[in-house]
Ligand binder design. Sequence first.
Ligand SMILES: [Zn+2]
Length: 341
Amino acid sequence: MPIAFVEDRIDARVPELGNPTHLIDTPITVRFDPLTGRTARVIVGEKLAPATRPDLSELTATPRFCPFCADRIESATGLLDPAVTTEGRIRRGVSVIVPNVVAYAHHCSVGLYDVTRHFVDLDELTPTIVGDLLTGLAAYTRRVHALRPAWHSISANYLPPSGSSMIHPHAQTSHDHVGTTMQRRLVEASDAWVGRPFWEQLIEAEAGGPRWLGTRGRVVALTPWSPVGFHEVWAVLPGVPDVTALTDEDCHDLGAVLSGVFAAYHAANLSSFNWALYGGGPAPTGRYSLLLRVVSRSNPKPMYRSDVTYFERLHDEVILDLPPEQIADLVRPHLASLVQP
Ligand SMILES: [Zn+2]
């Protein structure tokens, strides 16, 4: 079954802002995700892009006590389960992996991008720092997997609007026999796809197109046809079934893509984000390919407006003010090191 990039146009008429007796045509584009059927709406007239970047200095100032800063991490964090690893804390460059104190999965860990600085801004999350973090988290994941195959994911919040309770930049891993709703949905839809694997076909269809960003090693970067969030970028590793199959080189290639996206977000006056790397589950069929998805979130400022409305939270529907092709144009200059077809 070839991939169909389906969109539907809805014609709406609304009163003009400031001139309510005058009706104007405002078309809405509804895009169907070719794999899951989920829809996203691209609307016109709403300009959500921040014109300036908030001052983060007060929020991100080094506090008297932070368990993740280098001077405290040894005394304030525990050692990783010795059944998983005898390394205690996994260190790669300036990143450190420690056990999570909040349990949300059978095994869960926290990885600090950089323990030497309490806050690392988006334009300072270099390919090396992000790559080293991913290398450590993937190593931890492989060791958990050796103990018992599971659904693995690595995900991140950054600053409070993304859901983060800790300012010190970090990512988290999750490992158990259930996985998450989105993870299962991606894998089940990939398994149910008829014909050649969906991800193989997607990359063929998108190569060199308006959403294409390029490749680096085994990593393919692009913006999705039907996003789930703002400024969404994907990194896909075609044919790689799970986090456990990532090489150190893959982790650094993913780190380079993420670092470029963070730089693009910084240049667009953004400051908060989430990302998730969805593992393919304990029994991969070869139909799913490892996906990393990164989205921006609202900027932290007093009484900020959340970017998650009833549409996203309760209808599983996304409202976007910029189409994915424009996001690709915004990110592309920051991924100049990627290879083009
Ligand atoms: Zn800190």
